[in-house]
Design a protein. Structure first.
Length: 228
């Protein structure tokens, strides 16, 4: 089975040469979790596409559980985390099993965008303004599209690691759902039960949109510098 050092080298090749050891301890810890989980999944015979599909199904359950009860957002937050883990494990399986492919990278990217749509729908169901969610999702989509087009035009690597990469979106959504769930459970019942949850998810949506706006501007500058 592939060693940790070999896995990091393979992961780096699939992510535009980005060295995870230049990032935070959180990044390295998350990568280690993906490696351990990926080894277990590979031993069980799981394929990257199977894991990607599982992650997408978990995300589809986020809006379905978010409004089941006052504490529903807590279940939704757990599903977002599990989906995020699956999103890391599929790449780990591809590296460990030596089955990484360009088609798999496309499927994974599409699954990521669909998963994020599911999360945004959950925030909408809990009361976040639809226009704010459209802005957040649109800016994140533009962020990924800009990077992809720049890479096709000859930019090497990821250009720059922005403040609104996918892990940031995961953290923002999970935090918003957790706060909404806790607020819902602590609600006294004297007012509309959705009020504290609505505030929490609206703040999460606004945070997502604000960070995404900064990220698009940052990435655009990096792309301009790289493709001069």
């Amino acid at each position: 089975m592939m060693t940790w050092d070999s896995y990091v080298a393979g992961w780096r090749d699939l992510h535009g040469g980005y060295d995870p050891f230049t990032g935070s301890r959180f990044v390295r810890g998350w990568l280690r979790l993906a490696y351990v989980s990926g080894r277990a999944a590979a031993r069980l015979g799981a394929t990257p596409n199977t894991v990607t599909g599982v992650g997408l199904l978990l995300s589809a359950g986020v809006p379905a559980t978010a409004t089941l009860s006052r504490g529903g957002p807590l279940f939704a937050a757990a599903l977002v985390l599990l989906s995020a883990i699956a999103d890391s494990v599929d790449g780990a399986v591809a590296v460990i099993a030596g089955t990484a492919s360009r088609a798999g990278q496309v499927y994974d990217a599409v699954a990521d965008r669909l998963s994020e749509v599911c999360w945004l729908v959950a925030l909408w169901l809990l009361g976040a303004p639809v226009w704010l969610l459209i802005v957040a999702g649109g800016l994140s989509g533009l962020h990924e599209y800009l990077r992809a087009r720049a890479a096709a035009a000859g930019m090497t690597g990821v250009g720059v690691v922005t403040v609104a990469e996918r892990p940031t979106r995961i953290i923002v959504v999970v935090a918003g759902l957790v706060v909404a769930g806790v607020a819902g459970l602590l609600a006294t019942g004297t007012g509309p039960p959705a009020d504290p949850r609505t505030v929490a998810v609206t703040v999460a949506a606004a945070s997502w949109a604000g960070l995404a706006l900064v990220a698009v501007a940052h990435l655009a500058l990096a792309v301009r510098a790289a493709l001069r």
